[in-house]
Design a protein around this ligand. Structure first.
Ligand code: P6P
Length: 328
């Protein structure tokens, strides 16, 4: 007997107020867009979607053709859901707002349409990350900044899709973490892992060691500890350079992923609203932890929609060792 992600949300609705029919309708906009992206990625080498558009995005990054396609797919599919008050994308300088009343436009969706897109041309996993915020009932503004810049602990849902050997969707509404695998024969995400838990300790650490020379000392010492067996086990290093893929392995196998401050990015490289916050929500719901090195990711009050943060996420054992080390 299969359970699709829509059925799963509806089954959950007895338990949570958010999973009303309106919310599962909203989620279906995300899953539809990711199925469109998946279909494009599967044939990327055969059609003219590889390579760059010849434009750069708000991050100053070369926009890959699939970045643009993924962004358009999400904006289109979600814009049609009247419960959406605003859409915030990594690809767009400003939010897209829909001038809907507080009674109708109840949700803000924040997303990275295609994270790790530079890996597409070398056939490495990429991903879509999304975060759902509730519009503040008092927020009648046109730009909805107050509703968008809420700390991560206010998220009502978060998830990601990793486009790899299979296409997997992982999401939480604050009631556990659940994984679905796209069954291409029926075009539906089918429940394959309910109540996913991150191991208490893992066997991998994941960081771009090329930046080690410019990390703050505490991170070099910490990675040295992992290497030396000081945490009571031998680690292996795994770094794919695609956040969603590195995070998904950490969720399943445990361990730690780090993007510390560097000389070029003293405030960290990864973005708070549509990378760190959704993945931190999932990590905590699965029994892990997520920190900026200074504070719990979900407690950070955002100042800007494209704000970056150092991002360390993983199993309790490895995270405690980092945070205790900092405390000393
Ligand atoms: P670096 C991909 O460009 C990305 O945004 C994340 O997916 C990934 O974790 C990170 O940047 C990789 O950055 O500096 O190690 O290449």
């Amino acid at each position: 007997m299969i359970t699709t992600v829509q059925q799963h949300i509806l089954q959950q609705q007895q338990e949570i107020s958010e999973a009303t029919g309106r919310f599962s309708w909203l989620l279906s906009g995300i899953t539809l867009a990711t199925k469109m992206v998946e279909a494009k990625i599967r044939t990327a080498g055969l059609t003219d979607v590889l390579g760059v558009m010849g434009q750069t995005n708000v991050q100053g990054e070369q926009q890959q053709k699939l970045d643009v396609y993924a962004n358009q797919a999400l904006l289109h599919c979600l814009g049609l859901r009247d419960s959406v008050a605003a859409l915030v994308s990594e690809e767009d300088e400003e939010p897209v707002t829909f001038n809907r009343s507080v009674e109708t436009g109840k949700y803000i969706i924040v997303f990275d349409p295609l994270d790790g897109s530079s890996n597409i041309d070398v056939n490495v996993n990429v991903g879509t990350i999304f975060s759902v915020l509730r519009r503040l009932p008092s927020d009648h503004s046109s730009d909805l900044q107050a509703s968008i810049l809420q700390p991560g602990y206010t998220q009502v849902a978060a998830g990601y899709v990793v486009y790899g050997p299979s296409t997997v969707l992982v999401y939480t509404t604050g009631h556990g973490v659940h994984g679905f695998t796209l069954d291409p024969t029926i075009g539906a995400f089918v429940l394959t892992s309910e109540n996913m838990k991150m191991p208490e300790q893992g066997g991998y650490y994941s960081v771009n060691e090329a930046n080690a020379a410019t990390w703050p000392d505490e991170y070099r010492e910490y990675v040295g500890k992992l290497r030396s067996g000081a945490l009571g086990r031998q680690y292996s290093s795994r770094y794919i350079g695609s956040l969603v893929a590195d995070f998904h392995r950490t969720l399943l196998k445990g361990g730690v992923f780090l993007y510390p401050p560097t000389k070029d990015q003293p405030g960290g490289k990864l973005r708070l609203l549509y990378e760190a916050n959704p993945l931190a929500f999932i990590a905590e719901q699965a029994g892990g932890m997520a920190s900026s090195g200074q504070t719990r990711i979900l407690d950070i009050k955002p100042e800007g929609i494209h704000q970056r943060t150092p991002f360390i996420v993983g199993s309790k054992r490895e995270m405690q060792a980092l945070l205790d080390g900092r405390a000393k």
